[in-house]
Design a protein around this ligand. Structure first.
Ligand SMILES: C[S@@+](CC[C@H](N)C(=O)[O-])C[C@H]1O[C@@H](n2cnc3c(N)ncnc32)[C@H](O)[C@@H]1O
Length: 232
């Protein structure tokens, strides 16, 4: 399955950002920006950040732009075509890129002051136990006191809004993804991963189980998206 996900993301780079922009009416960029701003709150001094599952590098570029001038950003992903596009889109920045599996990070303990992840914890959740394993790995690679910030789709609390959200996902993600990227099964997988993902409270509980403390979250768009911040 992990290989399936990896192969799927190989086919997406060229159209990935365009499809997200269409499906969210451009809100995905605003959500990433909010997450990065929350991660930078209270930062000071020299810092090393990791944006894991970086895809085309949008979160990494925002981190590099919004954080203080002393911040060094590493962007990592296990899909080399995604990473290659991220590298091209980030030319002129000081971001460094690394091929890395979130489940087995090639970084030592206590390497990073902050870690971010955008719209990818759902992928880590596709295989039983992998999400918890990855979160433990992120916790290991963070310095004590370091923060982890996750922005991801979530589940609205209101049954009616949740139904409408799932209906919207069902009607749009696969058809739009298939027409623009040509990958129908890939976007069917993404639509399913949105419907199956945890609500904000459950994700908070998993972060606590992985060893994080002071877990807080903010809900966006009636709870269809959530940003979690947790501290090691
Ligand atoms: C939906 S995209 C999100 C990309 C980007 N973070 C964003 O904000 O749009 C998911 C990304 O996670 C990567 N990914 C999925 N599972 C991974 C894993 N186990 N290790 C590293 N990268 C992974 C995929 O290759 C893909 O680039």
């Amino acid at each position: 399955m992990n290989r399936g996900i990896r192969n799927f993301f190989k086919t997406l780079p060229a159209t990935y950002e365009l499809i997200n922009t269409i499906l969210t009416f451009g809100l995905d960029s605003i959500w990433r920006r909010k997450a990065v701003r929350w991660a930078t709150a209270g930062e000071n001094g020299q810092r090393v950040w990791l944006d894991i599952c970086t895809g085309t590098g949008q979160m990494a570029r925002l981190s590099s732009k919004i954080s203080s001038g002393n911040t060094f950003v590493v962007a990592a992903d296990f899909s080399l075509p995604m990473l290659e596009l991220a590298r091209r889109k980030s030319s002129g920045s000081s971001i460094s890129f690394s091929g890395a599996d979130a489940l087995h990070l090639p970084f030592g303990d206590r390497s990073f002051d902050c870690m971010t992840i955008g719209f990818a914890t759902r992928n880590l959740n596709s295989i039983e136990g992998h999400l918890l394993q990855a979160l433990r790995e992120f916790h290991r690679a963070l310095k004590p006191g370091g923060c982890f910030v996750n922005v991801e789709t979530s589940q609205p609390r209101s049954k009616l809004i949740k139904k409408m959200f799932h209906l919207y996902v069902g009607l749009t993600v696969r058809p739009v993804g298939r027409i623009i990227s040509g990958s129908g099964p890939g976007y069917a997988y993404l639509a399913n991963s949105i419907r199956r993902f945890h609500d904000a409270e459950r994700l908070k509980a998993i972060l606590l189980e992985a060893g994080f403390a002071r877990v807080e979250y903010k809900k966006l768009l009636f709870g269809a998206v959530a940003i979690h911040k947790a501290v090691k």
